[in-house]
Design a protein around this ligand. Structure first.
Ligand code: AZC
Length: 838
């Protein structure tokens, strides 16, 4: 290639003026895009035109780096990570890419000079909400870290036309609105209409003998769908590595059935098209709960098949034989959602590329890694055998064959242990038969990991115990992390500026360096500046709360925040019990000297999860009463912040004083919100669950508000017989709180509204709220006491931030690279490509 001879530079900047990084270059490019891309003169340009021109200006710089990154993929033959995930909860791109290009301040200045409002542009961007919560957001943080660490990687997923629903609150209830994120176009994606693969569904298989006399299976599908690639560039922080996220959109193979059309059956003709396009239409809005819908399995198989075919094509394109596929790719299964990949890779290698079974199995077993994200039994995916057989008949054959060989091995190790064999089997044979996707992922992977120390230990002793006993060497822990670029630099510019002023900016890439802040915890001036930043962030959130809910909150009160998906195990209703307890204290003693608190909730409930929706209604009902009771006199405010998403999260975490991480011990696999809060200077009130355990280890027990049972205690009490009613009867404050809810006090006198919630607490209490209630309330009292001493609180907050280094997703990704993927960085050098792009 002639261009390679042209100028190269090691720096982030380039001589290519088309994508130059000076203010003049950026301005020129912006104006050109306004003119040539949007077709507008500055005078007639709308906010959307400005946003689009800014996005394309930034994107040009990404694409330049992308081209250089891809050049190295091909030239260097480097090992690539393929991250397979049904969800990527990216959040808005513009600000983040400006941070990673290191041009944020320049662009702000340039915009202000010409009277354009950068914040309005940033605010205008629709976020791609292609995920439900933690798992999808983790995937997005990992893409950022992979690029920042200069690891060649491709994220593979689904380009849902409608992402996670928008949440509105009407009369206190959640109402779901379709998320039309593509309405104004998406400047960040590049459609690749020529990168397409066919994906087959249904039909039947038949055996035949190939030319070499080998028995093979031929699959005749009854439906074929085409996947089209849409690529989004993912730039690392202050590096030239620009990886890609490749999302698949489903289309009909024949967009028109001419035979039907000619006989006048117009609707019949377009039916096939509509049916095929359905596959990538909408994200299933459930987290931690499976819904055995055929369309969901179609989505999973669709994106997995496209992605594997794509990786195989890339591998063959560099001239390597498929026997070495696992040396060129490391593929991570983000939960079991993509685990049908194990069977699909076998099918592609054996049926389509005519590899023998043993070689194919060797490749498969060495290419995959599997991350588990949950211990909740209702989240463990299994598919009814009948459904699976109808949709993927060939894959079921392959799974049976994998299972036969696997169970033969198991029988040698554990002869006569039929119970164990039944548990390990890929097929659940009790009652209706199911394919167990976690078992398939375990058998087909080289490495299996949990997402926090406690979670990994519990995996080994509970849901994956039999696999751990069989292959202990496959298991490891990879505690989650989050990217400080989005969650500190972009979300909290005030704090970033303050930290930079004392210890420089090296921590943005090496988060451990925040340790250097420890010595400032005792510095009065620093603490005052710290408090000023927090107050500014709280004022900004207060303004947003007023705009979104009409509720006015006092930025001088303590902001006590719980934002995450609504789920009984996360126990938002335990938080409500505390609020009602505080309210009862005020009613009993109107003159009480109580620390003013603003308790803020946010999060979406799965549309079909009745209890979660009732919890939202409860929060809003309690808020309604408390916020309007004159006796409270602003000492207590309750807010449900609607439509919690990445964009609002960026405003919420930086404004928090107290972070609520109060799940029942043993239920939250890790949590990542806990990390974002603490990095932004909130103190945590939490149980010993998920990554809370490690956060407490890092920040120190003195700087963490611990309460509640341990996972072991929870298990023991459950096994001995737990009786929530006896706790209710013996604790007057708890009883008063529950009775007030049960009486209809918060539901305009209707005692039935919250009865299902009250009854579930009194007679079942699956998540042991009552067992932890007193410990929680006592701990909250300690929190209030501590907050009264602002200097002490600020010291603790500074120490929290200083000690969060471990929870950077860079650390997590380094561990994955070293211990699971065995990949190393590749420094991408900029090249100006001569006359090609000038
Ligand atoms: C979540 C876990 O609940 C959370 O604890 C963890 O931090 C996160 O994954 C990332 O590992 N699980 C999900 O979000 N699950 C789904 C299906 O959305």
């Amino acid at each position: 290639m002639a261009q390679r001879k042209s100028k190269k530079t090691n720096s982030n900047k380039t001589d290519c003026s088309r994508t130059g990084m000076t203010l003049i270059d950026l301005n020129r490019c912006f104006n050109e895009h306004l003119f040539y891309t949007q077709g507008r003169l500055p005078l007639s340009a709308t906010l959307n035109d400005h946003y689009m021109a800014a996005a394309y200006t930034v994107r040009d710089r990404l694409l330049h780096r992308w081209v250089c990154t891809v050049r190295d993929f091909i030239r260097e033959g480097v090992k690539v990570v393929g991250y397979l995930s049904a969800e990527f909860l990216l959040g808005p791109h513009l600000g983040n890419n400006m941070i990673n290009l290191d041009i944020f301040d320049e662009v702000r200045e340039a915009s202000e000079n010409v009277g354009r409002n950068l914040d309005a542009m940033l605010d205008h961007e629709e976020e791609p909400g292609l995920g439900n919560g933690g798992l999808g957001r983790l995937a997005a943080c990992y893409l950022d870290s992979l690029a920042t660490l200069e690891i060649p990687a491709i994220g593979y997923g689904i380009r849902y036309e409608f992402g996670i629903f928008d949440q509105e609150i009407r009369d206190g209830w959640q109402v779901e609105k379709t998320d039309k994120w593509l309405r104004l176009g998406n400047p960040w994606e590049i459609p690749r209409p020529e990168v397409t693969y066919e994906v087959k569904f249904g039909g039947h298989t038949a055996g035949y003998c190939d030319d070499g006399g080998c028995y093979r299976s031929r699959w005749t599908p009854d439906r074929v769908v085409r996947g089209i690639a849409y690529d989004t560039p993912i730039l690392g922080y202050k590096v030239n590595t620009c990886n890609m996220l490749r999302l698949w959109k489903a289309e009909a193979v024949e967009s028109f059935d001419f035979a039907s059309f000619n006989v006048g059956n117009y609707y019949g003709a377009v039916h096939e098209k509509v049916y095929s396009e359905n596959i990538s239409k909408v994200l299933y809005p459930n987290d931690e709960q499976i819904q055995g819908k055929q369309l969901r399995l179609e989505q999973q198989y669709f994106f997995v098949s496209c992605s594997l075919q794509d990786m195989i094509r890339l591998h063959l394109a560099i001239g390597k034989s498929l026997e070495y596929f696992h040396e060129e790719f490391a593929i991570q299964l983000n939960d079991t959602h993509p685990s049908v990949a194990v069977a699909e890779l076998m099918r592609l290698l054996v049926d389509e590329h005519h590899m023998d079974w043993d070689t194919a199995w060797h490749v498969t077993r060495n290419v995959f890694g599997y991350t588990n994200h949950t211990l909740l039994p209702e989240a463990l995916e299994r598919w009814p055998l009948r459904l699976f057989a109808n949709l993927l008949p060939r894959h079921l054959e392959i799974i049976f064959e994998i299972n036969r060989r696997f169970l033969d091995e198991v029988r040698v190790i554990y002869p006569d242990d039929e119970a164990r064999i039944a548990r390990l089997s890929l097929i659940d044979e009790q009652g209706e038969r199911y394919v167990r996707m976690a078992n398939l992922a375990c058998v087909g992977s080289r490495a299996i990991n949990g997402v926090a120390k406690l979670h990994t230990e519990l995996l080994k002793t509970t849901v994956l115990k039999d696999f751990y006993e069989l292959w202990p060497e496959k298991f490891s822990n990879k505690t989650n992390g989050v990217t400080p670029r989005r969650w500190m630099v972009l979300s909290n510019p005030g704090l970033t500026r303050l930290i930079r002023s004392r210890i420089g900016g090296g921590w943005i890439k090496k988060l451990d360096r925040l340790k250097r802040l420890e010595s400032y915890a005792g510095d009065d001036a620093f603490r005052r500046e710290w408090q000023a930043v927090k107050t500014g962030n709280k004022q900004a959130l207060a303004a947003l709360i007023l705009e979104r809910t009409g509720i006015s909150v006092n930025p001088d009160s303590m902001f006590d925040i719980q934002v995450k998906r609504i789920h009984e195990y996360k126990r938002q209703h335990l938080n409500v019990l505390h609020v009602v307890t505080l309210y009862n204290r005020l009613r009993r003693n109107p003159g009480l000297d109580m620390l003013p608190r603003t308790v803020i909730f946010g999060g979406k409930a799965a549309p079909s999860y009745y209890m979660a929706k009732l919890i939202i209604k409860l929060i809003n009902s309690v808020a309604d009463v408390v916020n309007h009771d004159p006796a409270v006199r602003n000492r207590l405010k309750v807010v449900f912040f609607p439509d919690f998403n990445v964009k609002s999260a960026q405003k919420i975490y930086p404004a928090a004083d107290l972070s609520e991480q109060i799940s029942t011990a043993g239920k939250e696999a890790s949590g990542t919100g806990n990390m974002k809060f603490s990095m932004n200077g909130a103190l945590t009130i939490g149980t010993l669950d998920g990554a809370n355990v490690e956060i407490r280890e890092e920040v120190g027990a003195d700087n963490f508000f611990l309460f509640g049972l341990t996972a072991e205690e929870v298990a023991r009490i459950k096994s001995e017989g737990y009786d929530p009613r006896s706790i209710y009867l013996s604790n007057p404050d708890l009883r008063e709180a529950i009775d007030l809810i049960g009486s209809g006090f918060f539901s305009r006198g209707d005692p039935d509204l919250f009865k299902p919630l009250v009854d579930s607490l009194l007679y079942q209490d699956e998540y042991m709220l009552l067992a932890d209630y007193q410990s929680y309330v006592d701990c909250q009292d300690r929190v209030s006491e501590a907050y009264r001493d602002r200097d002490r609180w600020t010291r603790m907050a500074i120490l929290n931030v200083a000690r969060m280094g471990k929870f950077s997703s860079d650390r997590a990704i380094r561990e994955y690279c070293r211990e699971i993927w065995r990949v190393s960085p590749n420094t991408v050098e900029m090249e100006d490509f001569g006359d090609l792009v000038r």
